[in-house]
Ligand binder design. Structure first.
Ligand code: GCO
Length: 467
């Protein structure tokens, strides 16, 4: 009897220790000792494609005929503005008329590629009606870029679409995909001689989650089932665009891919099983559902009791010439009874925050690159950058994130290029103009651009890789 009691007692003592040990083993969160790392001490390949990125609505100005401009003027149920400080994109950076000046800024950086989007609502203001002056404008942009030795990289869909498309229900309805495919075909026929790399859709998961789950982006719905459907339709749209463009003149030579945002979800408390469950569920919906679709052709979005969409498309695994990765940070999920979603996000006390509600986490960039590697296609980092109005974290951010990318590449991750977000400060969606992502600071009263000190690390790295 005594023996049994002793054994039980010991087990009681040891079991929690074993459990903690096991959880620590499995704990996904990677951390490096930055004191032991010389982050700037890396050399990228000579032919590595360095670039900067923007999107039409955020920089061009006068995008007044799309879903976002309507959203910026709208109010929520309590009469509050949708955008921080009731801002609107308005004239933005006037990039539409100042693009030549902005191309000179890119030359100063030394980059050889520029990722931007062509605004659907300007090109096709009414269904089926094409504005040739808008097309002409983008031809001039491409010509000026090429003349400056900078390769244009075009995104078809970066969060905005014309109002007529919104009125039809946008990507809520599978039959509307045909309009988008037609638009992409039009652009591809026009520009395939100038543009080699094409991004179909920017962050389908963000469009679906923010537009239909959190309601922070237009159309501001909060409907899990619709979230799943829109995501499925966006992924389908990518596959259909890919197939169509590949059949067109220039299709075989073009590189066509989708852009995936990876924001990892880690458990807030490593000993709390419910935090693990929430993190796992978020990971499955936001990241795994999409990676799995491109790996296997199966889309499986399942949020018990709230949403369930299954979809199969055998063409999906063959629909990527590359994958674009947008990476910023990770989030810590904490189970919380008191909220309607049953979770909140927490931020570790010792972590350094960016101006956006997330931390600086270069190890996560490495993890994301490793995760996307499983698709077995070449990769471009289509976005990475920091909102840092004080410019006191940008240099460290750039050095460490580039180090993390270099480390992944050393281990065989096929990264072909990197685009910094962003060339200059711009309209950061629901955050308005508060977030300063630019390598160049923009004075929105005078439209003056000034290179930030924190950008120097990036210039040095670009230059260094050519030596
Ligand atoms: C996105 C977009 C960009 C953002 C950038 C900074 O990820 O939301 O692709 O348009 O401006 O990521 O948040």
């Amino acid at each position: 009897m005594k023996k049994i009691l002793l054994t039980l007692g010991l087990l009681f003592l040891i079991a929690p220790l074993l459990l903690v040990w096991f959880w620590n083993m499995k704990y996904p969160e990677l951390h490096w000792d930055w004191n032991a790392i010389e982050a700037g001490d890396v050399q990228f390949p000579h032919d590595f494609l360095w670039g900067v990125a923007t999107a039409a609505h955020q920089v061009e100005g006068d995008c007044i005929n799309n879903n976002w401009s309507e959203w910026e003027r709208a109010r929520d149920e309590q009469g509050r503005p949708r955008i921080k400080n009731a801002q609107v994109a308005g004239k933005a950076c006037e990039h539409w008329s100042r693009f030549r000046e902005d191309i000179r800024l890119m030359q100063t950086l030394g980059v050889k590629a520029y990722r931007f989007s062509m605004e659907w609502s300007k090109i096709e203001p009414r269904a089926g009606e094409i504005d040739s002056t808008a097309l002409q404008h983008y031809h001039e942009v491409c010509e000026a870029l090429l003349a400056a030795g900078i390769q244009p990289v075009v995104t078809f869909y970066h969060f905005t679409h014309p109002l007529w498309f919104e009125e039809k229900g946008a990507f809520e309805a599978a039959e509307n995909i045909a309009d988008f495919v037609r638009f992409c075909e039009l652009l591809f026929r026009e520009f395939h001689e100038q543009v080699e790399i094409w991004c179909t859709i920017n962050e389908a998961e963000v469009v679906a989650a923010q537009g239909y789950f959190t309601g922070m982006f237009p159309p501001g719905k909060k409907d899990p089932q619709l979230t799943a459907l829109v995501l499925k339709n966006l992924l389908s749209a990518h596959v259909q665009v890919y197939e169509r463009l590949k059949q067109l003149p220039g299709g075989a030579q073009a590189q066509i891919g989708i852009v995936k945002n990876i924001m990892q979800f880690d458990p807030s408390r490593r000993w709390h099983l419910l935090d693990w469950a929430v993190a796992h569920q978020l990971e499955a919906l936001f990241n795994e559902s999409i990676l799995n679709f491109f790996r296997t052709g199966h889309f499986d979005f399942n949020l018990p009791g709230m949403a369930s969409v299954q979809h199969k498309d055998g063409r999906a695994p063959r629909s990527l010439d590359f994958i674009g990765l947008n990476y910023y940070s990770h989030l810590h999920a904490k189970f919380d009874w008191s909220t309607s979603a049953f979770f909140t996000f927490t931020f570790p006390e010792d972590a350094v925050m960016t101006d956006m509600p997330y931390t600086i986490y270069p190890e996560g960039f490495y993890r994301a690159l490793q995760a996307v590697r499983q698709l077995g296609v070449p990769m471009y980092v289509t976005e990475n950058g920091i909102a840092d109005a004080k410019d006191d974290r940008r240099a460290v951010f750039i050095a460490r994130y580039l180090y993390a990318m270099h480390r992944a590449m050393q281990e065989g991750v096929p990264v072909r290029g990197y685009f910094y977000w962003s060339l200059m400060d711009n309209f950061e969606w629901a955050e308005g103009y508060a977030m300063k992502f630019g390598l160049y600071e923009v004075d929105f009263n005078t439209q003056e651009r000034r290179l930030r000190k924190g950008a120097q690390v990036f210039l040095d790295m670009v230059k260094g890789s050519r030596e």
